[in-house]
Design a protein around this ligand. Structure first.
Ligand code: F6P
Length: 511
């Protein structure tokens, strides 16, 4: 391999770069912040480090030239229109995403999507290999890149490899439905350390290794012989739960600025200074429980226990995966429901729901969080949900109340929130009323405890805990010796075998 450009001691790879390229109608290119919690979390970890970020620039087409943003070297990976369709919208978001989120909608299985997923993962692995310095640390992120760890190991046996799962890892009964389950597990086991949001996710992964693939697991490790390799190439991979968090200090400081405080007051005033402003902020995704939340709100209006203008709801829905059918249908459904609620319960000048189909910059989000009396975070399934942590971070005034689903990863840390089961509409209604009616001193006590947790477990701590776990995981660095050559050849054989096996498996399932 020829190393042409600069190389880095730390290489992060995620499906998206922190910024996405937007090409306007007149052909001019601008760069906008990418959506999602992964980017907000990693951005602050990467800032100021001598590191590279490998990822897609968010638009189909050839990869733009590498560039530097905020001191981070960004190394774009190009995706053709059909790769966007099959790797990103298809396999990542219509096969893996539903399975990993408890099949909230049905998953689709297609062999061509899988083949493209594998090809794109290979392109990411090659890009990583190009920018990783000898002996570098490579940190791969999320479900879109599960084959990358073993592919990088094959090309660059000298680097340490970690992977972090931002979303839930499914129970074996669901994961086992994937015709490509073996290849996915073996892909991940190319890493030295695999990080998950919750202990339950790590356990699900270990169970998949044991039950589906007959591998030996002991405590938090899996012992694994790469396919096609002999016993001397046996490796031990460590697995652990390290929940992600937010940049508490940075976001808190932003929320204390006079501009943000003034904007929060302005938002409330422009809504007619309601007694209770409720807020929902989500990517428009069926896992977020927006429909359930609107149903509970509509019933509360119907029951006449709340009414605008005293109580009102602002729902921010960030556009997401707009070309995928399930997301289009969800948007139609939600916008229909919002229209119905407003038609029925709004008065002139006082809508029941303020619906905003937009993404907003961080300072505007901080102002919204400060303006909201009750924050509704009610996903049906969520790896973490950083909005919950962002909300409490911004509430330095100890105001506000957090209503939180027990199916968000954040629930495992934020017990002092007002907890609900989003499927239980009556329960959600009662929890909302409790959040509204709890005396101020009790609400402040809860907020203080929530803030303490996030302040002491912020994203910087998450990153250092992760990197320490990776640094202390069992690792046998390989120079290009005969043994590593054998491993590489073994892995290449295995990749070919995987391909044959998964092609055969998919003869039986899907098209
Ligand atoms: O963690 C979930 C995740 O898919 C991230 O990988 C991603 O950054 C975010 O949600 C937003 O999704 P998308 O990149 O598909 O817009």
């Amino acid at each position: 391999m020829t190393v042409a450009g600069p190389t880095f001691a730390l290489v992060v790879a995620a499906n998206r770069l922190p910024v996405k390229r937007v090409v306007d109608a007149d052909g001019t290119t601008t760069w906008q912040r990418s959506p999602g919690g992964l980017v907000s979390a990693l951005e602050s970890v990467m800032r100021g480090r001598d590191a590279a970020w490998v990822g897609w620039a968010g638009e189909p087409g050839p990869a733009p030239e590498p560039f530097v943003e905020d001191g981070v070297h960004l190394h774009p990976v190009g995706l053709s229109p059909s790769e966007v369709q099959e790797y990103y919208e298809g396999f990542s978001n219509q096969t893996l995403w539903p399975i990993y989120h408890d099949v909230t909608v049905l998953a689709s299985f297609h062999r061509n999507w899988w083949n493209t997923y594998r090809a794109v993962n290979h392109r990411f692995a090659q890009a990583i290999a190009e920018v990783a310095a000898p002996g570098a640390t490579v940190w791969v992120h999320d479900y879109q890149l599960q084959l990358v760890p073993s592919m990088v190991r094959t090309i660059r046996p000298d680097v340490r490899i970690g992977w972090f799962d931002h979303i839930p890892f499914p129970p074996v009964e669901l994961f086992g439905q994937l015709p490509w389950r073996r290849a996915l597990v073996e892909g991940l086991l190319g890493a030295d350390f695999l990080g998950f949001q919750r202990a339950g996710d790590a356990e699900n992964f270990l169970r998949a290794c044991r039950r589906l693939l007959g591998m030996a697991t002991k405590a938090d490790t899996v012992t694994f012989t790469p396919p096609g390799g002999n016993a001397s190439l046996r490796r031990t991979v460590r697995v652990g739960a390290i929940p992600i968090s937010v940049d508490f200090r940075g976001l808190e400081a932003l929320s204390r600025t006079p501009e943000v405080l003034a904007r929060a007051a302005e938002i409330r005033a422009s809504l007619g200074d309601p007694k209770v402003l409720m807020l929902g902020v989500d990517r428009l995704d069926y896992t977020k429980g927006i429909r359930h939340r609107l149903k509970a709100y509509e019933e509360l209006l119907q029951d006449k226990v709340i009414a605008p203008p005293e109580v009102t709801l602002m729902q921010v829905a960030t556009p997401s995966r707009e070309r995928v059918d399930a997301y289009r249908q969800l948007r139609e459904e939600i916008e229909g429901t919002v229209g119905r609620i407003n038609g029925e319960y709004s008065a002139i000048g006082s809508p029941a729901v303020y619906y905003l189909y937009h993404s907003y910059p961080r300072n505007e989000m901080a102002a919204m969080f400060l303006a909201a009396d009750v924050m509704l975070v009610t996903p049906l399934r969520d790896g973490m949900n950083l909005v919950a942590k962002e909300y409490v971070t911004c509430r330095h005034d100890l105001g506000g109340a957090l209503v939180l689903s027990e199916f968000a990863g954040a629930w495992h840390e934020l017990h002092q929130a007002f907890i609900c089961n989003p499927h239980d509409i009556e329960g959600v209604k009662q929890t909302i009323l409790r959040a509204i009616n709890t005396p101020v001193d009790e609400r402040q006590r809860r907020m203080k405890a929530l803030r303490k947790r996030v302040a002491t477990h912020d994203v910087q701590r998450w990153a250092s805990r992760y990197l320490e776990a990776l640094a202390s995981a069992p690792f046998r660095p390989h120079r290009p010796t005969r043994a590593s050559d054998m491993e590489r050849r073994g892995a290449e054989r295995a990749n070919r075998a995987n391909q044959r096996r998964s092609d055969n498996a998919s003869e039986e399932v899907g098209d």
